[in-house]
Design a protein around this ligand. Structure first.
Ligand code: ZN
Length: 209
């Protein structure tokens, strides 16, 4: 189990990690692989009601399940390529896993104001037909469907508490990562600016790792 380079995207829910990760992927090279742990877990949750309940409540998935997803992604990577991890690590055991398995590891913190993130979460939907992220009252960018629903974890009755927990988690995570170099990108700016800035900082960090 080894991969040349790993880039982890961390940040508050609603910061735009998935959009950024998917935009970074082709920009880093054709031998890069993407894993969105949240997306993969939600897919597993379709046939696993206990997991779905946990995710809908805004709670973290079991550590073993998350680690297995990451280990499988590493195995499926090109040996000379890289892996973009969206939403990993999120906990102390996951940081320990990363430090012991990733040879060259870059952490990118997509820093966004909590008010901006909350506003985005309130208008975030998932396409009913293909599962892509969609803005409320918009057509799906991937399949054109007009049918979308709120994620369970974004429901008004769980969002506020979940968001408070996630803010604490992120602060703890940043402390845990104090020995790792963290690249910061301002996520409050327009999407195109975020993508070009992130591409710039990640590309130059990859040159020196
Ligand atoms: Zn769709």
């Amino acid at each position: 189990m080894s991969v040349a380079k790993v880039v982890s995207l961390i940040g508050l829910p609603g910061a735009g990690k998935t959009t950024l990760a998917k935009a970074l992927l082709p920009r880093l090279g054709s031998n890069w692989t993407y894993l969105g742990t949240g997306e993969a877990l939600r897919a597993s949750g379709r046939s696993d009601s206990a997991l779905r309940k946990q995710l809908d409540g805004g709670y973290m998935a079991p550590e073993t399940m998350v680690r297995l997803l990451v280990a499988n992604a590493i195995d499926s990577c090109h040996a000379d390529g890289g892996l973009i991890l969206d939403g990993f690590p999120r906990s102390a055991p996951q940081v320990a896993f990363a430090l012991s398995h990733f040879k060259a590891w870059i952490v990118l913190h997509l820093d966004v104001r909590p008010t901006v993130a909350l506003r985005r979460l309130r208008s975030r939907r998932l396409c009913d037909d293909c599962g892509a992220s969609v803005k409320a009252f918009s057509l799906c960018p991937d399949c054109g469907s007009s049918r979308s629903s709120r994620r369970g974890e974004d429901a008004p009755e769980v969002l506020q508490n979940r968001f408070c927990r996630e803010r604490l988690h992120l602060d703890e995570l940043l402390l845990l990562l104090n020995k790792t170099t963290i690249l910061e990108v301002n996520g409050n700016t327009p999407g195109r600016t975020v993508i070009s800035r992130a591409t710039e900082v990640v590309s130059s960090a990859l040159l020196t790792t």
